[in-house]
Each structure stands twice: as C-alpha cells, then as structure tokens.
Design a protein around this ligand. Structure first.
Ligand SMILES: *[C@@H]1O[C@H](CO)[C@@H](O)[C@H](O)[C@H]1NC(C)=O
Ligand SMILES: *[C@@H]1O[C@H](CO)[C@@H](O)[C@H](O)[C@H]1NC(C)=O
Ligand SMILES: *[C@@H]1O[C@H](CO)[C@@H](O)[C@H](O)[C@H]1NC(C)=O
Ligand SMILES: *[C@@H]1O[C@H](CO)[C@@H](O)[C@H](O)[C@H]1NC(C)=O
Ligand SMILES: *[C@@H]1O[C@H](CO)[C@@H](O)[C@H](O)[C@H]1NC(C)=O
Ligand SMILES: *[C@@H]1O[C@H](CO)[C@@H](O)[C@H](O)[C@H]1NC(C)=O
Ligand SMILES: *[C@@H]1O[C@H](CO)[C@@H](O)[C@H](O)[C@H]1NC(C)=O
Ligand SMILES: *[C@@H]1O[C@H](CO)[C@@H](O)[C@H](O)[C@H]1NC(C)=O
Ligand SMILES: *[C@@H]1O[C@H](CO)[C@@H](O)[C@H](O)[C@H]1NC(C)=O
Ligand SMILES: *[C@@H]1O[C@H](CO)[C@@H](O)[C@H](O)[C@H]1NC(C)=O
Length: 830
C-alpha cells in the first residue's frame, strides 16, 4: 500500500499515544489527570480513532474534548472551560471533574460513590464510566452536547443544544428544531404509514443514514452515502441553528457538509437576531438591519441583531410603517396560530400601525391573503427578491432607508474620486432642497399635528411588490448549472430544474419561438404574475435579455398529472385514490375559474391538459403554462395569431378546428376531457377494440347511457373504492363540459359549483348530438391527427383501420403538430 498522508498521520498519532500512556489502550485508570497546560497529552481509544485531550478555544480558555483523530470533529465536550492551569481529573472515588486554576470544580459527572471501577474511551468515541459488574453508570453518549455519531442513540428527552437552538425528538417520533425552547422552525414528521411509536430512538448509520428505531424508517441520508473507508459521518446542530450531517476522513481534519435540515438558512428563526434581516449574497446568508432607523446591537457581529435608534414608546402619535418589499417576518408554531389573520396589504399595514402591541407585520402575496401581525418582542426577518411577501415595521418618525449596495463601478480610483465629487454635489443640493422644502412643510402644516401625507406615498409603493424578479441570463445559467437537468418539454419550450441563491428549487422555462418585443413580453409577464391563486403555479421571475426569454416558476415536487394517470413502463406512476383525484379535479377547476372570472385581465388558458396540471408534495393541483398563449381579446379574433393558437390535439375544442371564435368555453371543453381522464385513467382520444374502435370519450358516453359507470372509471378505483355521489357528479360534469356547442357548456364557475354539489346537474346530452348545421362534425374531430390530414380540414372520415395508426403518430408530435397546423390554417383564412 502506498503511504498516504492519512496513514503517516495515523502512525504518528499511535506512536504518540503509545509513548504517553502507560496503560492498556483505551482504559483510563482511576486517579488519572489530564493537564490543560499540555494539549498534546491525550487519552486515546484502543485503535486511536478517537482521542480525548484539552483543546484551546481562545488565548486563555481550554476545553477537554473527544475528537476524531486529526482534530476534527470534536464530538463531545462539557459546556465549561478552564484556563491553562486547570485539569481534568478522574478521582479514585469514580468522579470525573474539570477543575480550574483555583481548584474549584467547574463541571463533574457526579459519579462518586457509585462504585465506578474503570473508565474507557472506546473506538466509537464513547467515554464510559462503569462499575464493577461492567454496567455503564455514565457515558458521554448519554450526555450529548450538539453532535451524534454512529452507534450513538438519541432518545426522547435528550436534547442537542447550541446557543438558543435545540434539536429534539418528540415521543411521536417527530424531529424538531426549536429556537429559545419555544419556536419550532423545522419539523420532520414520521411517515404516516407507520402508526404510533412507543419509545422511538434516533440513530445514525455509519454510511450516513438517519433512522428512527427501525432500520427502514429513514429520514435523511448524506450525499456521499457509504462512500470511502474510514470516513466518520456525524450529525451536528451548528451555531447557525441548522442541523447538518457531515463527513470527515480519518486524520484529514476536514469536515464536509453532506445534508442539512433547513435548506434556506434564512428560514432559521433568529439567525440574524432580533430585528435582523437575513438575505443572501453570492457566498451565503448575510445579516443586516431593516433601515437606518435601526443600528446593529454589536457592529462587529451582525448576527446579534438590531435595535431601534428611537424607541417607539418615546414617539407616541408619530409612528410610521417602514415598508420592506419581498421580505417576510418568519412565523412558525406556536406563533402561527395566534399571529395569523386574513387581510389585504393595506389592512396588514394599518392593523399593525394602530395595534398597540404590534411591532411588525408581513402580508403574503402568494394568493392566500394571509397577514402575520408580529406582537412578540423578538422578530426575525428574511428578505429575498423571490419572496412573495411584503413586510412592515413600526418605526418612529420619518423612514430612512438603507443605502443601495455600492456599485462595482466605484472601485476604480479616478472613478471613485469623481464619484465622491458627484456624491458631494448631489448631497449638497439635496440638503438645500430639504431645507427649502422643510421650511415649506412647516409653513403648510403649522396647524396640522401629524404628517398625514406620508401614508399616500407608501400606498403607491405597495403596488411595486409582488412584482416578478428580473434575473439575468447568467443568473439562470448558474442556477440551472448550464441548463443541465431537464424536467420536461412543453409547447413553449424546455423546462429545467434550477436552484436559486437562497436554495429555493425552481423550474426554469426557456421559451422558444417567441417573436414578441421586449415590451410586450414584459406586459405578459406582469399579467401572469398578477395572478395569485392556490391552484395556479406561481411565477417567481423572468429573464429578457437579447434573444433570451425565460420564465422562472416555483418547482412542483410531484410533477405533472399525466405521470399519475397514464403510467408507462419506464416511469411507473404512483396511484392516486379517488379522494385525491376529486381534489385535483376541483382544484384545477378553481384555478381555471380564477383565470376566467376573478383576476384582473381575463386569461384563456388555451392548453389545458394533464401535462399542464402540476402537483405539489401534498398532491394539490396547480395549473401551469397559463397566459403564455397570449391574452385572448374577446371581441377581436384577429388576436389568434401564430403564437396564440397553440394547443394539444385531443383537448382542443371543436371551434379551434373550425376557426370559430375561441372563448373561455374552449378551456371548459379541454377541462372536460381532462376530468374524464382523471376518472378513467385513459386518454380521451384512445381508440382500441375495447372501445369499439371509437374514441374513448365517445365510447364512454355510450356506456353512461347504458348506466355502466364502472366501465368508464379507472379499474383500480373500482377496486380501491370511491364515493359514488362524487363520481356520478364528476362523470356528468365532464360530459357537460365536452359539448360541441360552446354555449351548451357550463362556465368554469358553474363547473366548480356542480362538482361541489351546490348546483344541480341535469343529465348531459350526447356531446355531439345537439348541433344542427354544425361546421365541425364528429368525423373531423375523430381524425385530427397529423399535419397532412388536418391541413385539409374539414375532412371526411378515414377508413377505420388507419385511425389507430394516425393516433399513434399524432400523440408523439401532438404539440408541434397542433401548433403548425393551426398557425398555417388561421393565416390562410385571414
Ligand atoms: C506534553 O505531553 C507530551 C506527551 O505526554 C510530552 O511528550 C511533553 O513533554 C509534554 N510537554 C510538557 C511541556 O510537559
Ligand atoms: C474565551 O472563551 C471563553 C469561553 O468560551 C470566554 O468565557 C472568554 O471570554 C473567552 N476569552 C477571550 C479572551 O475571548
Ligand atoms: C477502530 O475500531 C472501530 C471499532 O471497532 C472500527 O470501526 C474502526 O475501523 C477501527 N479503526 C481503525 C483505523 O482501525
Ligand atoms: C452496577 O450498577 C448496576 C446498575 O446500576 C447495579 O445493578 C449493580 O449492582 C452495580 N454493580 C456493582 C458491583 O456495584
Ligand atoms: C442503540 O440502540 C440500539 C437499539 O436500538 C442498541 O442495540 C444499541 O446498543 C444502542 N447503543 C448504545 C450505545 O446505547
Ligand atoms: C426566551 O424564552 C424566555 C422564557 O420563555 C423568555 O423569557 C425570553 O424573553 C425569550 N428570549 C427572547 C429573546 O425572546
Ligand atoms: C409531526 O409531524 C407532522 C408532519 O410534519 C405534523 O403534521 C404533526 O403535527 C407533527 N406532530 C407534532 C406533535 O408536532
Ligand atoms: C412511507 O414509507 C413507505 C414504505 O417505506 C414509502 O414507500 C413511502 O414513500 C413513504 N412515504 C413518505 C411520504 O416518505
Ligand atoms: C396513536 O395514539 C393516539 C393518541 O395516543 C391514539 O388516539 C391513536 O389511536 C393511536 N394510533 C394507533 C394506530 O395506535
Ligand atoms: C457576502 O457577505 C459576507 C458577510 O458580510 C462577506 O464577508 C462576503 O465578502 C460577501 N460576499 C460577496 C461575494 O459579496
């Protein structure tokens, strides 16, 4: 074997320990003393994997520590320190003491008189004091500080602590991170399939897996799962309040973080202290104060938080609300129950302004309409351009905002000088202006007691927040690691997975073939981002640079609905039960209703299909890709230009094909097809012997006529069980939606009511039997397939044998085909 630095270090360490210890390896005889003055004197485990010795923490303090050979990590040390004349003493009565220079005991195990006969540091890093019959009376593993190593157990009631932060496991098996023993800022519950636990034990496998009691109950695992030999993996609560798993190679003295509980460091409560605002620069989290109405508590340590320069109590009647865009005051249980209200933005600000105990508030603009009113004496802020939230803090007198970050351009010497001159001139003239103006103010407001005018100024600012973030192309290139991880391909471009600077996971859509100008693109982005609804995917930001047009959306963990409904062999989809499916159907309907009826500019989606319905980790439906097909002007059909007319065959309403006006009712048609697929687990245009060589949707109606509902629905649902009432409502609604005549279809709002059981549902007529002199007959819908067949619309029915092969080709190219056909079609007709 080649001699590696690790091995030579190890050998050096072994020879060192052999030289210093006269006793059997690992055993520490009663009466031993370890002086703080000599940090190279150690107590060692049998094979020297772990050592116990004093470690110098600063110029005057020493702490006895158990550490992995190489010095890092320290896995245990008592929470006490001594100066260089202190010592660690194992007395003959079995007590282990830390004694300072005056001879006073600063820490002890309290094991005197318990029959301790030996002490041992074993090869797992456990320091054990045992009695004559070999029972461990005291062990360092049972008195954890902030670290857990493999073979160490953490049971209910044991706590890891670091500063104000603690980590515990509840008797339910939930793991929690808590600030000041009160605020739970992270919680990881047990897999619900597991039931109740009697006395759970948390352990760490040496390969880097955290588990509870049973080996199968895994909560997290390190990135370097079982990689390398002689690597110690350990779990530590760090002083920034995050729980991390690290790896350290024996003797390397280096530790590498492999997993962390709180992905966004700024979401750790109190990370920046009281009134501190956490944000990110390129290298990580940074702490600052909300405005210059505040000053740091300790300028040399930004994490100590901020304090008001003028206390609120000393300015009654002249308090104002400082506005922080894209900022949030962290609110976790138990505050989550007492400090949350429903209020609009101005309501959220004003309620706090007039509420005596309120110090700050946050208004969420994520569609929930929630407002956090902070009444405690400790608030923790988080600011990030991607946060859909605006915050307010009560301050005395006029608001003095923070200066904007210094520009790189000011770095050069000459430029710096010139900049200084400019700054001085500007400041001078500003000062003059202020003097003149304040004179005017005083003149005007002589009789007024309060500066009521300020409020209006803020009202204007409010509209600015909730606005999408503008990213540079470079930002997004970095976030997606050069557009590496493809999530999918849609009608408008490719979607990639990315991670923003705040560790938020996003989906970045690279738009293709967008021919609009910059201005129009921005207008559409503004429209899209003005929609806030729980059932719509949120747009976080965009990039418009040269020819690049990108949109950044929130990431949906469970992907799109089609993977669940139509599983293929390579990607076995998960099964959704009826309750989940019904919720998805209802959520989707609510999202589309919002687009059609409730948001400021009516948006027709134009491409509703399972691929565009995404599911979050709780399987809540979120409609995506809306607004991209351009706003459809209800009166002016010329708007159906090349970019607006995209869609997917099979979900397109007949009026598309006939080149008739497209309205929100066209979305209703597509929704009906999706609803039918949610019920059946089959594509609506599927043709097979089982469906009598008819399109599934047409065949299904015939089965409904026969009263044969179970034939329509997904077989797995029939086995699993379902709510018959809901099922019957859903089936009938779906056939109402896919009526060929747009006017026969219900509005989306009506669909929600019918699904909810609020509105009565009449028996749906046959989807295609109602129209007289309809432009589009059954046959033309039936055969919509490749470009060549469609461009000659309307066509007569092809021979039945060819229809299935057309379907197969059409499915693959559906989006492209749909686009080019309608594009050329509508052009030629204009
Ligand atoms: C410190 O301890 C080491 C190992 O026992 C020993 O070799 C060395 O002489 C000691 N140094 C002092 C100053 O006592
Ligand atoms: C050294 O650390 C101890 C404990 O961590 C602390 O009490 C002491 O003030 C520190 N001394 C200096 C000079 O930093
Ligand atoms: C030391 O002993 C432990 C426990 O028996 C073992 O896991 C580890 O590999 C050993 N280390 C070395 C360097 O032999
Ligand atoms: C050692 O401790 C155990 C448990 O506390 C006790 O049952 C046992 O009697 C003790 N043995 C001696 C020799 O003291
Ligand atoms: C940890 O718990 C396991 C059982 O869950 C047990 O086998 C093992 O001995 C315990 N380890 C220690 C150091 O107590
Ligand atoms: C931490 O909790 C204690 C006891 O609940 C409380 O008195 C104290 O004010 C809290 N600390 C802060 C900074 O809020
Ligand atoms: C345990 O965790 C689950 C999931 O995070 C949560 O729903 C539940 O309320 C938690 N239970 C307790 C007692 O905190
Ligand atoms: C719960 O455990 C089962 C079986 O171990 C696993 O298939 C499932 O994905 C787990 N669920 C979650 C939410 O982790
Ligand atoms: C779990 O515990 C709760 C409360 O003690 C009890 O109501 C529930 O029935 C238990 N569940 C199981 C599966 O034992
Ligand atoms: C980020 O902020 C930290 C702390 O203020 C600072 O040390 C570091 O230089 C900053 N990094 C960048 C890239 O600005």
């Amino acid at each position: 074997m080649a001699p590696s630095p690790t091995w030579s270090l190890l050998l050096a360490a072994i020879s060192l320990s052999v030289a210093c210890c006269r006793y059997a390896a690992g055993v520490i005889p009663l009466g031993s003393t370890l002086p703080a003055s000599n940090v190279s004197q150690t107590w060692s485990s049998p094979n020297s994997t772990f050592l116990l010795s004093f470690v110098r923490v600063n110029s005057t303090s020493f702490v006895p520590s158990i550490y992995y050979n190489g010095g890092i990590p320290v896995i245990w040390s008592p929470e006490a320190s001594v100066d260089s004349s202190g010592s660690l003493q194992l007395l003959s009565d079995g007590n282990l003491l830390l004694v300072d220079s005056s001879g006073a005991t600063v820490w002890e195990t309290g094991t005197s008189g318990k029959g301790i006969s030996s002490a041992l540091l074993d090869d797992t890093g456990n320091l054990i004091l045992s009695n004559g019959s070999g029972d461990a009376i005291w062990s360092s593993f049972n008195h954890p500080i902030d670290t857990i190593v493999p073979s160490q157990n953490l049971s209910v009631g044991q706590i890891l602590r670091r500063g104000s932060y603690s980590f515990t496991m509840l008797s339910s098996g939930n793991l929690t991170l808590t600030w000041n023993n009160s605020i739970v800022y992270w919680n990881q519950g047990l897999n619900s399939s597991f039931g109740n636990l009697s006395s759970p034990i948390l352990g760490l496998q040496s390969i880097g897996v955290i588990y509870i009691s049973q080996p199968n109950n895994i909560f997290a695992y390190s990135n370097d799962y079982a990689e390398g030999s002689n690597v110690l993996r350990f779990l530590r609560l760090d002083d920034d309040g995050n729980l991390r798993m690290y790896s350290s190679a024996l003797g390397s003295g280096v530790e590498t973080s492999q997993w962390e509980a709180v992905l966004e460091q700024c979401r750790v409560f109190g990370y920046c202290g009281n009134y501190g605002i956490c944000s990110y620069n390129d290298s990580g989290p940074v702490c600052g104060c909300p405005s210059q109405n505040f000053e740091p508590v300790d300028p040399s340590n930004s994490r100590t938080g901020c304090k008001r320069k003028v206390d609120i109590a000393s300015c009654p009647g002249s308090t104002t609300m400082l506005i922080l865009d894209h900022a949030l005051f962290l609110t976790y249980p138990p505050e989550l129950s007492s400090q949350v209200f429903f209020a609009g933005m101005s309501g959220c600000r004003l309620n706090c302004l007039v509420g005596g105990s309120c110090v700050a508030s946050s208004s969420l603009s994520d569609g929930t309409g929630l407002c956090y009113l902070k009444t405690s004496n400790f608030v923790s802020g988080y600011e990030n351009p991607t946060l859909p939230s605006t915050s307010y803090i009560k301050v005395c007198g006029p608001v003095v905002p923070n200066p904007p970050p210094l520009q790189d351009a000011l770095n050069g010497k000459n430029r710096g000088l010139r900049a200084w001159i400019v700054v001085l001139v500007v400041l001078g003239s500003l000062l003059g202006l202020i003097l003149v103006e304040s004179g005017l103010w005083c003149w005007c407001l002589r009789n007024s007691t309060r500066f009521g005018g300020l409020a209006n100024q803020y009202a204007l600012l409010e509209y600015a927040s909730g606005a999408p973030v503008q990213f540079t192309y470079k930002d997004l290139q970095r976030a997606t690691k050069g557009f590496k991880e493809k999530l999918g391909e849609g009608g408008f471009g490719t979607v990639y997975r990315g991670i923003l600077a705040n560790r938020q996971i996003v989906a970045v859509k690279q738009l293709e073939g967008i021919e609009q100008g910059e201005k129009q693109f921005r207008m559409e982005v503004a429209t899209i981002s003005s929609t806030h609804h729980l059932n719509l995917v949120r747009l976080i930001g965009f990039c418009s640079e040269g020819k690049h047009r990108l949109l950044v959306y929130e990431f949906m963990k469970n992907g799109s609905l089609d993977n669940f409904l139509f599983p293929n062999e390579e990607l076995p989809g998960k099964f959704l039960n009826w309750e989940q499916r019904f919720n998805i159907a209802l959520g989707t309907a609510r999202g589309i209703t919002y687009l059609h009826e409730e948001c400021r500019d009516c948006i027709v989606h134009c491409d509703i299909k399972p691929e565009n319905i995404l599911l979050d980790e709780n399987n809540n439906a979120k409609v995506s890709d809306f607004g991209l097909a351009k706003l459809i002007n209800q009166k002016d059909h010329r708007y159906r230009t090349l970019t607006s007319v995209r869609g997917t065959r099979g979900y397109l309403a007949p009026e598309w094909l006939a080149n008739l006006p497209v309205t929100s009712k066209s979305d209703v048609y597509s929704y009906g097809m999706v609803l039918l697929e949610i019920i059946s687990g089959k594509r609506n245009f599927e043709v097979s012997a089982q469906t009598n060589h008819l399109k599934f949707s047409l065949w299904a109606y015939e089965e409904l006529e026969k009263g044969n509902i179970e034939a329509i629905m997904d077989k797995r649902l029939a086995e699993e069980g379902y709510d018959e009432e809901e099922m019957s409502r859903a089936i009938q609604v779906s056939f109402w939606c896919i009526q060929e005549q747009p006017s026969h279809r219900p509005s989306m709002g009506k669909v929600v009511q019918m699904l909810d059981g609020i509105a009565e549902i009449r028996r749906p007529p046959a989807p295609n039997a109602t129209i007289e002199g309809s432009v589009v007959g059954r046959s033309s819908i039936n055969t919509s397939g490749t470009a060549s067949t469609l461009s000659t619309l309307p066509v007569s029915a092809p021979p039945p044998s060819s229809s299935s092969s057309v379907e197969a080709v059409g499915r693959k190219n559906s989006e492209r085909a749909g686009f080019s056909i309608y594009g050329s079609n509508s052009k030629s007709s204009m």
